[in-house]
Design a protein around this ligand. Structure first.
Ligand code: SF4
Ligand code: SF4
Length: 357
């Protein structure tokens, strides 16, 4: 049986101390003087915390304090989308508000961009992968996912958070290697077998609906969740939002792997007690609400494009190129991974049904 703590909260009343109480508090997860990686969701240097793209700095601050109280030595890390460089990380930390918070709390931010190739003994899709050193030097990992939508995987929650320990552009390369949603999701579950957080604490206070993970709309759900089981946590979120869990590729593949808990215990709020109806999924997931197979969506460049080239740099298939003052997509090459949509700093890419030859 799995346990998921669910509480109503706000950024000024975070309830981070109460959340792990059903597991015996923070102490079972953090030993004295242990280095504790707080794996945040940093996505990219696109937007500030009010846009719900990244784990909120006040949420991270509360976890930092709780970990220190338990005797641990926390540090913050993630490999955001795009190039994994010190310059890119600095921008992302600044934009997300984590830089200021880290200065105030005196907590280290990771700037080490080295990685190491590791075998994945339990891998079903990947037998070996580079993994960021910042994750490997931790004695323990606490994952802090943001509750968000995702245009390719529909939701990005606890099962997806550790994909951020794959360095920079290797993540885009895996999109080319695993273009099918379920295969990609299965590969993410492989990564989760080698860097396993002891605890997941989810920021669902200001969540993101619509065209996530970078261009959706903030929505106040006022929820925080904690669990040791990422599958149970993601099932709980689906139940709160009224979404059939097996429709989410990561949960579907978790079920195939026999990872679904037989029962979930909710010591505080049950999903029904905090149900939120009307949550908007990305338009690529219309079928989860209508039951009808939707027309295939493709990235379409709009006139907000400033020809910055970010989409071209991340595209794993060389399907989008800047041509003069705008980017242009060659649809015959496009695998609809939506990495371009994720990183576009201008929200200039929309996902639509496109007729092409
Ligand atoms: S579509 Fe976006 S990412 Fe691509 S060049 Fe234009 S502004 Fe940059
Ligand atoms: S154009 Fe965009 S959606 Fe298509 S393959 Fe490239 S990054 Fe992926």
């Amino acid at each position: 049986m799995a346990t998921v703590s669910v509480l109503k909260a706000t950024y000024s009343d975070l309830k981070i101390d109460a959340l792990p109480a059903p597991f015996g508090g923070m102490e079972p997860f953090v030993k004295k003087n242990e280095k504790v990686l707080l794996k945040v969701n940093l996505l990219s240097a696109k937007k500030g915390p009010e846009k719900a793209v990244t784990t909120h700095p006040e949420f991270v601050r509360a976890v930092v304090r709780a970990v220190r109280k338990a005797g641990g030595e926390p540090y913050i890390g993630d490999s955001p989308a795009g190039a994994f460089s010190k310059r890119h990380l600095t921008k992302a930390y600044e934009r997300s508000g984590l830089m200021d918070m880290a200065d105030e709390e005196g907590i280290p931010l990771n700037f080490n961009t080295a990685s190491k190739k590791l075998d994945i003994p339990e891998g079903k899709r990947l037998q070996r992968s580079p993994i960021c050193e910042f994750a490997l030097r931790a004695d323990t990992v606490i994952a802090l996912p943001k509750l968000k939508t995702h245009s390719m995987q529909y939701l990005t929650l606890a099962c997806k958070i550790m994909y951020g320990v794959v360095p920079g552009l290797t993540k885009a390369k895996y999109h080319a290697q695993f273009p099918r949603k379920v295969h990609f999701a299965d590969m993410m579950l492989d990564i989760l077998t080698i860097v396993k957080p002891r605890l997941y604490i989810m920021d669902g206070i200001l969540a993101m609906q619509g065209q996530g993970p970078g261009s959706g709309d903030p929505v106040n759900l006022d929820l925080v969740l904690a669990s040791t089981d990422p599958v149970a946590m993601d099932i709980a979120v689906c139940r709160i939002l009224g979404i059939e869990p097996v429709g989410i590729p990561a949960l579907k593949m978790a079920k195939v792997r026999g990872l679904w808990p037989e029962r979930i215990d909710y010591p505080f709020q049950a999903p029904g007690g905090v149900a939120y109806r009307g949550f908007r999924l990305p338009n690529t997931a219309d079928h989860l609400l209508t039951g009808k197979k939707p027309p295939r969506k493709s990235p379409v460049i709009t006139d907000k494009c400033t020809a910055c080239g970010e989409c071209e740099r991340i595209c794993p298939k060389e399907a989008v190129k800047v041509d003069g003052s705008m980017a242009a997509v060659t649809y015959a090459r496009c695998i609809r991974c939506f990495c371009c949509h994720e990183v576009c700093p201008e929200d200039a890419i929309v996902l639509r049904s496109v007729k092409f030859h």
